[in-house]
Design a protein around this ligand. Structure first.
Ligand SMILES: [Zn+2]
Length: 391
């Protein structure tokens, strides 16, 4: 009992330090004064916290790049002994791996296109790469973060993009805490915390690749539902009700928006999943700004905009961000998008509709998002107290 009490007291002592680390991660170029202001901390408290973070080798101080005259200032950098997470993105076309430290920056170390979609083959290669990263990081390794083009339920994933049915990803944990997240939902976390929705408390992200997914974040935290499988927006019945979906339902939105739908409209539905997405990118890339937009693309833009409006009516976000193919789709016919978006909104929303912004983080958005979720666990007050007790 005494031990539990001590542990809780220690965790409480580390809570503000954890808050400083979170604020730093969201704004790695902020000065000490700005971080303190943002957290409403006095200079004495901030000095104590920073001293502790430096002494425990979580952060180090480095001179800021010179910016004219005035007192030279310092910025924080991750300490070379600070915790880091091994981060993996498993997409429809291939996978990549890297590491991210307490600043949340992802450094890519490798990856490859899928030669085979067999789960044992893909997961075997990824596990080997994770083990190599673990050997390199040693005691610093604080978790494994995986974003995947799949519905995630606990450690089980279901993926029509990869052709996987209820595969377990437990083997990727290699003895570390494992954080799994659907790639589109993870991209939404990254955009909410460090991208186009930064500053919005409630943000909706829509990510179009072979299909369509996304996520709703509140305070940068994704709403994942009772079993972790929420935000499968692509399987909402916003599509053509006559079209069956691999999920078992009919009329799913992703049957009308995304690489698979575009490939079907272009008569290229014989292509494999990653080829369909590549074909969709290529088709969108060939559109000239002044040329008429093909009907197949136009109907996708309208379907995307109408569904976006439906989700805005249902979820009430401050901002909507678009990722994957979605910004390119919208750019092909922005007026059609805006008209369909406004027409789908409830009338009272139309004078001030939530802004729909292009994502800022590009193809790394999913891995950056799952890194954030893994670091939330690795750097929370209890984890910091435990690490301090062991050192
Ligand atoms: Zn479906």
């Amino acid at each position: 009992m005494a031990e539990i009490t001590t542990g809780r007291r220690e965790a409480q002592r580390w809570q503000l330090a954890a808050d400083v680390l979170t604020a730093y991660r969201r704004n790695p170029h902020a000065s000490r004064v700005r971080l303190a202001d943002g957290l409403h901390l006095g200079s004495g408290t901030m000095s104590e916290l920073v001293g502790r973070l430096l002494a425990h080798e979580l952060l180090r101080e480095a001179p800021a790049p010179a910016a004219g005259r005035g007192r030279p200032t310092t910025l924080f950098r991750p300490h070379s002994n600070a915790p880091a997470v091994i981060a993996v993105d498993i997409a429809a076309a291939g996978w990549q791996i890297g590491v991210a430290g307490v600043d949340g920056r992802f450094t890519r170390h490798g990856g490859a296109a899928h030669e085979s979609y067999l789960p044992a083959v893909v997961l075997g290669k990824v596990r080997t790469a994770i083990t190599a990263e673990l050997d390199h990081l040693g005691q610093r390794a604080a978790g494994v973060a995986v974003s995947i083009a799949a519905t995630v339920q606990g450690t089980l994933v279901h993926s029509s993009a990869l052709g996987w049915e209820a595969e377990s990803l437990e083997s990727l944990a290699v003895g570390l805490p494992l954080t799994l997240c659907n790639d589109a939902t993870a991209a939404g976390v990254a955009e909410a915390r460090r991208g186009a929705a930064r500053g919005a408390n409630v943000s909706l992200h829509l990510h179009v690749l072979s299909g369509l997914g996304g996520g709703l974040c509140v305070g940068g935290v994704p709403t994942v539902g009772a079993t972790g499988a929420a935000s499968e927006y692509g399987h909402m019945p916003f599509g053509d009700p006559t079209l069956p979906c691999e999920c078992g339902a009919r009329g799913c939105w992703l049957q009308s928006v995304g690489g698979v739908a575009l490939a079907r409209a272009m008569g290229a539905d014989h292509l494999s999943r990653p080829e369909q997405v590549t074909a969709a990118w290529a088709a969108l890339g060939k559109l000239e700004p002044s040329a008429p937009v093909p009907d197949a693309v136009r109907s996708q833009i309208v379907a995307l905009a109408r569904g976006t409006a439906g989700l805005v009516n249902g979820l009430d976000p401050e901002v909507v961000t678009l990722g994957g193919l979605a910004p390119k789709l919208r750019a092909a016919a922005p007026k059609e998008f805006d008209d369909a978006y406004l027409a789908g909104l409830m009338r009272y929303r139309r004078p001030r509709p939530p802004r729909v912004r292009d994502g800022k983080l590009g193809t790394d958005a999913p891995v950056l998002g799952v890194v954030e979720l893994a670091l939330d666990k690795a750097l929370n007050a209890s984890a910091l107290a435990l690490r301090a007790a062991r050192s």
